[in-house]
Write a protein that binds this ligand. Structure first.
Ligand SMILES: [Zn+2]
Length: 277
């Protein structure tokens, strides 16, 4: 990402309005994924006479476009809509699915109640590209079925099981994965634990922790972390967008703030101005 020296970078992804190309992939018989060059992805799994959908995109209008692609492959009704975690750009399109049951982890339901509205406002301000027809969102998305550890959905016929599993705190406090044991396919939402992610986190902890221990400022921690990461990770989608928020949260965590404070649209702007401005 380039910017003019001396000029403030546009807030988060607010200036990135170019549409991403969406690709529907058939991963196995009756198993589908829609990817979009790093934008939130989404999945669907065919049961014997129903569908399980995984994630819901940011708005009903955006979700309807995905459903139109999916409907070229199957017309089964959506019985379950599974939400991997509560982030507005992945859940607020839920109404388009007309699902019988909306499933999430029980902590995710608590997070909707505690900070769902603020998350909606801050994420839509960060990523207007994703908030297509933002006023088509009818309200917060509430799960109607929650679980604590594991929930197995029998897909019927000879289609096997879909296993929803909680792994502890990760990307949020309530992330779950969806695993198809027969096809060995995992839908992981925003929860990934690969070597690259570990390297990213270790460098962040080293840089932010180092600056904090010597009594430096949050801005210094951001600059040190940016310098340490940009060569290896600067090409990641929304790297520049996320890093100020990543550093701010880690700074809080290393200061003893156990649970993330609520990201409001106002706080988003303050952190951005302080670190990227
Ligand atoms: Zn997320």
């Amino acid at each position: 990402m380039t910017h003019t020296p001396g000029a403030a970078k546009p807030f988060a992804s607010s200036a990135d309005t170019a549409a991403k190309e969406q690709t529907l992939e058939v991963l196995a018989d009756g198993v589908y994924a829609l990817t979009a060059e790093g934008d939130p992805n989404i999945g669907a799994i065919e049961g014997e006479d129903f569908l399980v959908c995984f994630e819901a995109l940011a708005t009903p209008v955006a979700a309807e476009k995905w459903l139109a692609k999916l409907r070229q492959h199957t017309d089964k009704p959506v019985r379950y809509l599974v939400l991997s975690h509560y982030h507005a750009v992945r859940v607020l399109g839920a109404s388009a699915f007309e699902a019988e049951t909306i499933v999430s982890h029980e902590i995710t339901r608590d997070l909707v109640a505690e900070r769902g509205k603020q998350d909606w406002e801050s994420e839509f301000a960060r990523m207007p590209r994703l908030a297509e027809a933002a006023d088509s969102v009818p309200g917060l998305t509430w799960p109607t079925l929650t679980f604590a550890d594991r929930l197995t959905i029998d897909l019927g016929g000879d289609r096997g099981d879909l296993v929803l599993q909680y792994h502890g705190r990760g990307h949020t406090e309530g992330d779950i994965t969806a695993w198809l044991p027969r096809q060995r396919i995992l839908f992981a939402g925003d929860l990934v634990a690969i070597e690259q992610t570990r390297g990213f986190l270790q460098a962040m902890i080293r840089e932010v922790g180092g600056v904090q221990q010597r009594g430096g400022t949050l801005k210094e921690a951001f600059e040190a972390t940016h310098a340490a990461l940009v060569d290896d990770y600067g090409h990641w989608p929304i790297f520049e967008h996320c890093l100020p928020f990543d550093v701010s949260r880690l700074w809080d965590e290393l200061s003893g703030i156990e649970r993330p404070v609520i990201w409001t649209a106002e706080r988003d702007q303050e952190v951005w101005a302080q670190l990227q401005g």
